[in-house]
Design a protein around this ligand. Structure first.
Ligand code: SF4
Length: 363
């Protein structure tokens, strides 16, 4: 494992403060054009800036060599590019997983993970500092919600990951919103973030390569179905009945499994897109044959896929990862019932790569 640490960065606690600062990464293409026109500039400058920022992946205005020098100086003041400051980066020995810890301008800690696979490079982005959902097995939920991230604070996580992937000679191919936070508790900024990444003037990142993961916020699922972006939807299910799910995912007290399934079916009907159900497998909690059969009953006939994620345990929480044989047995029950199933092991366990763990260590 290699470590880098920028000790010059002060980390200041600031619970509950809101981000009010606008950076270049917060502006959609049309917003940037309008901002430039307000500054007395030609609108075509927006395309130049988007190209430098999202295609050439430069780190500062001084590298945008076709912009007038005075414009570069004024933009650096009025629209800074330092939406987040990297304070830590951890890399697994094989170099296949990199975890970034960032500091926001108001002293909050944010995590991002970049994972290299033979055929793709995937970034896992955070959308909030902390999380209000409070899943029983999750390090991020332990401290509650601090604040939402802005679209720009999400965009820069993807851009930094794209830069590192580029340095490895690899394109960034996939993006999952499975880091800290619940995207549908920060709906407006999440959709703006997707729009900026998807913009053809910039990264032109295909919506089909983006996965939005929710704990089951039904109004968010309904709104997403009506959006123009063909993103993938993942629902963190973790249990097939209300009694068990309410213990693991407290939002289930508000939106029951029956309601969740009805909303998921309506989403599939409206979009024609398959849903992924995420299932964190925990020893002695939700990993029995009976529970697997119940899960198969629940999902039978649905256009869906189950991702079994053997739990990456958190030191202070009493949940454990099942034995490999039990993980395989659980998956085999689902497959025998015709439910498409994949077992996905968490990457970078040795670098605290599960959601919220590195941030918790620093705090
Ligand atoms: S698992 Fe996701 S939704 Fe649940 S507390 Fe953690 S970050 Fe929030």
């Amino acid at each position: 494992m290699t470590e880098t640490l920028d000790t010059n960065v002060r980390i200041m606690p600031s619970r509950g403060r809101r981000a009010t600062r606008t950076t270049l990464f917060d502006l959609g293409f049309e917003e940037l054009r309008a901002r430039l026109v307000d500054l007395g500039q030609q609108p075509f400058r927006a395309a130049q800036i988007y190209d430098w920022t999202y295609q050439k992946l430069v780190t500062g205005y001084e590298q945008m060599s076709n912009l007038p020098a005075e414009l570069r100086v004024s933009l650096a003041e009025s629209l800074p590019m330092d939406a987040l400051t990297q304070v830590h980066a951890l890399e697994t020995d094989d170099g296949e997983t990199v975890k970034f810890l960032y500091n926001t301008h108001d002293g909050q800690l944010v995590e991002t993970v970049l994972m290299f696979y033979p055929d793709r490079a995937t970034v896992c982005v955070s959308c909030q500092v902390g999380c209000a959902v409070g899943c029983a097995f999750c390090a991020t939920g332990l401290g509650g919600l601090q604040r939402n991230l802005t679209a720009g604070e999400m965009v820069v996580q993807a851009v930094n990951a794209a830069r590192l992937a580029h340095e490895h000679g690899r394109p960034l191919t996939n993006l999952v919103m499975m880091g800290m936070g619940e995207p549908f508790h920060n709906y407006r900024e999440t959709i703006k973030f997707i729009g900026i990444l998807n913009d053809k003037h910039g990264m032109n990142f295909g919506a089909r390569r983006i996965t939005v993961s929710t704990s089951g916020i039904l109004p968010g699922i309904e709104r997403l179905a009506a959006e123009p972006y063909q993103v993938n939807l993942a629902i963190s299910l973790h249990a097939p009945n209300d009694e068990l799910r309410s213990q693991l995912v407290p939002i289930n007290d508000r939106f029951s499994i029956d309601q969740l399934m009805a909303t998921a079916r309506a989403y599939i009907e409206r979009t024609g897109r398959r849903i992924s159900f995420e299932y964190a497998l925990m020893k002695g909690i939700n990993d029995s044959d009976e529970v697997a059969e119940e899960l198969a009953d629940l999902l039978s006939g649905m256009l869906c896929h189950v991702n079994i994620i053997p739990l990456n345990p958190v030191d202070v929480l009493p949940y454990e990862r099942p034995e490999t044989a039990d993980i395989d047995r659980f998956a085999a029950v689902l497959e025998a019932r015709g439910i498409p199933t994949t077992v996905r092991y968490s990457r970078g366990v040795e670098i605290a790569a599960a959601c919220g763990q590195l941030r918790a260590k620093f705090q």
